[in-house]
Design a binder for this molecule. Structure first.
Ligand code: BGC
Length: 764
């Protein structure tokens, strides 16, 4: 028997309490805005709902020439991707001095993984599993951005992604809802401040995106169709957005895709029923770049109809399309939309400005003295370097090739198209980064290596054999200075350099713009021309370390079989080079764990750890007829979720439960003792997974439900305890009720999703 009704009751009670907390508004704000809006014309209200970009900074699609005139007329609520206090102050001045209503503007930017001090790409920083470090990175990003006039960031991006062909996997936290949710909360806290009061001018408004399900585009092709069951939405994909809402995120950006056949931008069920009615979100919603206009291409009417649809669905601010600006007045006159709908949207935008403190001081974020001391300073860079070194994932280290010693006389040959680039170090979506600043891998190694080590360099190969592919993969100033020599000539030079070395470091993989927006790939391996070079380097018989640059999970079966050491460094940000050297020379012991499964081949995709069992699960022992498997490939991925090696080893004791029985109002604990059995101090991410063995709907084979990152000195042991509450056991059933169903569960603790100890317990 399932005691569903009891848990539903508890859930309803908890929801009622949270709803109450979220609905308590500031009466002073209410009357201020009511008074302001009573003086605004319809056009001025619609103006607040308009978000043009400065121009062509990002995609070249914006055509907003006469922007100052528009601001004076009250036709602009905010702008984005402009930096610099002087510039922003100037624009703000037009709004608050030259427009009739004197309403200050929002200044947004894609501050995605740092500002001028750049942190690892989100997929990389997720691999730290260190929520304090992630929160701190967002706080530093907010501090730097706000010192440059910015008061709103289009981050965090929390789209769950299980298809590494999709370039935007680099921008999110990977495949797992729970980990993604924890990261979403940490980032919102980092940007907005712990109490969401915006009491300091270092706190800026966050924007969770892309709502919703953008990570599930078919075939991993950007902007493609999404179609998904509600069960999967509620249990998996919606979870991190909801976590951000619960953390108090101030704004939500709609996604480019369809949800149940209706574009997210015009989807009332999504933007109003789920977001506001079910989750009690009380901030404002914003379109993605041109997203309202794209409703037209999705085939749901012209721009005027699309704008009406978006407004009625609950979208408050139009990014770039200017559909609201040019058609909503007419739509009101025709009775297609109501004044009240416009009032509601305008009010939410004004509330955000009020909460930020812009009415009290429109120049709150325009302190001319801050930029110099707050941006890209020594302290921020030191933290970015440490965080980057903790995001790297050691995938293989046969014969302990790594770390290299600093003490012995040695020559290192650094080879590969990514060894001598600055602009590719920071990674995709780093709008504020100065691309000529980061050290190259060669420079980073030289800085850290000390006087015993000689470092030589050769490019060895271009990024790709195909010049057009390289051009398309190195846009926005990330050129890799393509070498005109033939593949053979480049290889010969590299081999001649390698011949003089004791160790070879191959800096290879993807360029930074091979992932990110509109950068989907069908081949997610290291480009062939680089692989051919790597094979030649291996033939020298010298130890080879592959320092892998990756914006996505890549296919590395051949590399795993042939290269002795593989260190995945993602794109580590402005301090990546020294961080790489810190790990290569053992000043930092790697502790990153994958937040996304690495498939063996593209044909396995989607392959993720928290899958369902199917009616015919396969065993790991090769092909079995009439089981769910492949004739020619394993089901298992190459590197599972949660995997990552260290320079030391950790052992896990068996799991101790405080009781093997719990009820819906009691909790139990599960403990293990983890021991560092090696000779090096290190950090380990201890992971808790749970499987609901019998459910009213089919439940995943395991789901991450907790994790703790602990530091252990060589030889040290620590007990790690997890609390198991009914809340942890809940899921959405076929009625979309959030329930914990009594029955048997498996509880697993271990060092990755496929390396766990297991016990059972029962919920009565
Ligand atoms: C992206 C968003 C981004 C926006 C503004 C869009 O193309 O999808 O993630 O925030 O541009 O730059």
């Amino acid at each position: 028997m399932k005691r569903v009704f009891f848990t539903v009751f508890i859930a309803a009670f908890i929801t009622a309490v949270t709803v109450h907390a979220q609905q308590t508004k500031d009466p002073k704000m209410d009357s201020f805005i009511a008074n302001l809006m009573s003086k605004m014309t319809l056009e001025e209200k619609i103006g607040q709902m308009n978000l043009p970009s400065e121009g062509d900074i990002i995609t070249g699609l914006g055509a907003n020439n006469n922007i100052a005139a528009k601001i004076k007329k009250g036709q602009v609520g905010g702008m984005f991707n402009i930096k610099g206090v002087d510039k922003i102050k100037d624009i703000q001045r037009i709004a608050v001095e030259e427009s009739r209503m004197k309403i200050p503007m929002l200044f947004g930017m894609d501050v995605i993984h740092g500002y001028e001090t750049v942190f690892p790409i989100p997929l990389g920083i997720a691999s730290t599993w260190d929520m304090a470090a992630i929160e701190q990175s967002a706080h530093i990003a907010a501090t730097e951005a706000s010192a440059d006039g910015i008061n709103w960031t289009f981050s965090p991006m929390v789209d769950i992604a299980r298809d590494p062909r999709w370039g935007r996997v680099s921008e999110g936290s990977g495949e797992d809802p729970f980990l993604g949710g924890e990261i979403a909360k940490a980032m919102v806290r980092g940007y907005q401040g712990k109490d969401n009061s915006f009491s300091s001018n270092t706190n800026i408004l966050a924007c969770v995106k892309h709502f919703a399900l953008y990570g599930a585009v078919e075939a991993g092709r950007d902007y493609n169709t999404v179609d998904m069951s509600h069960l999967r939405m509620y249990n998996e994909y919606l979870y991190p957005y909801k976590a951000a809402v619960e953390a108090g995120v101030g704004s939500v950006m709609a996604s480019f895709n369809l949800v149940d056949g209706i574009p997210a931008h015009g989807n009332q069920w999504l933007l109003t029923e789920v977001l506001r009615n079910q989750w009690k979100f009380d901030g404002f919603t914003v379109a993605d770049y041109g997203g309202i206009g794209e409703i037209v291409s999705h085939g749901l009417g012209n721009l005027k109809a699309a704008s009406e649809m978006a407004l009625k669905a609950g979208l408050d601010m139009d990014m770039v399309s200017e559909g609201f600006l040019h058609s909503l007045t007419k739509s009101v006159q025709e009775g297609k939309v109501t004044q009240q709908q416009i009032d509601a949207a305008c009010r939410r935008v004004l509330e955000a400005k009020y909460k930020l403190g812009l009415f009290a001081n429109p120049y709150k974020y325009c302190d001319p003295l801050r930029a110099k001391k707050d941006i890209y300073n020594k302290e921020n860079r030191a933290i970015a370097r440490k965080t980057a070194s903790e995001s790297f994932v050691l995938l293989k280290n046969e014969g302990n090739v790594l770390p290299l010693s600093k003490n012995k006389k040695q020559t290192i040959a650094v080879i590969g198209p990514l060894a001598d680039t600055r602009s590719n170090m920071v990674g995709t979506w780093s709008v504020a980064a100065k691309l000529d600043r980061p050290a190259t891998v060669v420079e980073g190694l030289k800085e850290v290596a000390g006087k015993n080590t000689k470092i030589l360099y050769a490019k060895g190969a271009n990024l790709t054999a195909d010049a057009t592919l390289e051009k398309n993969s190195t846009m926005f100033g990330r050129e890799l200075n393509r070498d005109d020599r033939s593949e053979e000539e480049l290889k010969a030079e590299a081999l001649q350099i390698a011949a003089q070395a004791d160790v070879i470091i191959a800096a290879m993989g993807e360029s930074s713009e091979m992932s990110g927006e509109s950068s989907s790939r069908t081949d997610i391996g290291i480009p062939d021309v680089q692989k051919r070079l790597l094979a030649e380097l291996l033939k020298t018989g010298k130890p080879v370390v592959l320092v892998l640059f990756a914006g996505r999970p890549m296919t590395l079966v051949w590399e795993q079989a042939n290269v002795p050491a593989i260190l995945n460094v993602w794109f580590g940000g402005s301090e990546a080079a020294t961080a790489i050297a810190d790990v290569v020379f053992g000043d930092v012991n790697p502790s990153g764990k994958l937040s996304s499964t690495f498939p063996r081949s593209v044909a396995q995709i989607p392959v993720y750890y928290n899958h369902l069992n199917t009616g015919r699960p396969a065993s790991d022992n090769g092909f079995q007829k009439f089981r769910s498997n492949y004739l020619d490939e394993k089901n298992a991925p190459l590197y599972p979720f949660g995997f990552g090696l260290s320079y030391t080893q950790f052992s896990y004791s068996d799991i101790k439960l405080s009781s093997a029985m719990m009820t819906s109002n009691t909790e139990i604990t599960a403990s293990v003792t983890v021991t560092n059995t090696g000779k090096t101090d290190g950090a380990e991410v201890v992971q808790l997974y749970i499987r609901d063995l019998v459910g009213s709907v089919s439940r995943p084979v395991k789901e991450l439900k907790g994790f703790q990152k602990i530091k252990l000195k060589a030889g040290e042991s620590k007990a790690v305890t997890f609390k198991i509450t009914t809340e942890l056991l809940k899921f959405y059933n076929s009625m979309l009720e959030h329930v914990a169903e009594p029955g048997d569960f498996e509880l697993m603790i271990g060092s990755s999703s496929n390396d766990v100890k297991t016990v059972k317990f029962t919920l009565n």
